[in-house]
Write a protein that binds this ligand. Structure first.
Ligand code: ADP
Length: 224
């Protein structure tokens, strides 16, 4: 896994809070590696691995994949050498069991969580955000039906790509189920990390750049 001095950050927040967007910005700014269990699971589904096959239906319904499967794919990813400078966990841990697994894993490697950053947003806005979002199939740039269309219709602003994709679970109904799963199973982790003294709360209803600046200050402070 990562060496003893590397930074470990956790991003907490409901679907649509901007965890992925912000994690990518933190990657660039601080040379950390984003580990998104959602991305890892989608890759497993696309490749048709046994874990992917087991996860597919539950993901489409907006439920949570079993802790066992998620931990196994995360462990695999943590075994790769690029994580040495530090990691941003995006979408993990999502249950009390996963938080306990992470604590054990870090204890074993002599690390600790430098910060668990909770992105504070309001629920209704999340449904609208998630249900309208899509990305460029080539470079991954994010767009939204209502809030951010490409300058030239059908052409990605960033790479000129002309194909776009939408996640199977990005619709209003599934987004509601995911939000419920977040409140029932993940939001209690806020208290867990507060008790450990590493919780940082960031208002995530402003502009992407303002949120990135606020997060950047937190990361500078905790990794100093
Ligand atoms: P979002 O945070 O926008 O809902 P993610 O890409 O993080 O999206 O996750 C998509 C789906 O993948 C989740 O709804 C869930 O089914 C599954 N998933 C991702 N991470 C985990 C995890 N740590 N534990 C269980 N299921 C997970």
């Amino acid at each position: 896994m990562t060496d003893a001095k590397s930074t470990v950050l956790i991003l907490l927040g409901p679907p649509g809070a901007g965890k992925g967007t912000q994690a990518r910005m933190l990657e660039e700014k601080f040379g950390l590696v984003q580990l998104s269990t959602g991305d890892l699971l989608r890759a497993a589904v696309a490749q048709g691995t046994p874990a992917g096959k087991a996860a597919k239906a539950v993901m489409e319904e907006g439920g949570l994949v079993s802790d066992e499967i998620v931990l196994a794919i995360l462990r695999d990813r943590l075994g790769q050498p690029d994580v040495a400078r530090g990691i941003i966990l995006d979408g993990f841990p999502r249950t009390a069991g996963q938080a306990a697994d992470l604590d054990k894993l870090l204890k074993y490697t002599g690390q600790n969580v430098d910060a668990a950053i909770s992105l504070e947003v309001d629920d209704e806005a999340m449904i609208t955000r998630v249900a309208g979002r899509y990305t460029c199939a080539k470079c991954g740039e994010g767009y939204h039906d209502e809030f951010k269309q490409p300058a030239v219709a059908g052409v990605c602003d960033k790479c000129g790509g002309t194909e776009f994709k939408r996640r199977a679970d990005d619709n209003a109904e599934t987004a509601r189920a995911r939000l419920e799963a977040y409140h029932a199973q993940t939001a209690p982790l806020i208290a867990h990390y507060r008790a450990l003294g590493v919780l940082q709360e960031v208002d995530a209803m402003g502009s992407i750049d303002k949120i990135a600046a606020d997060l950047g200050s937190v990361v500078e402070r905790v990794s100093a």
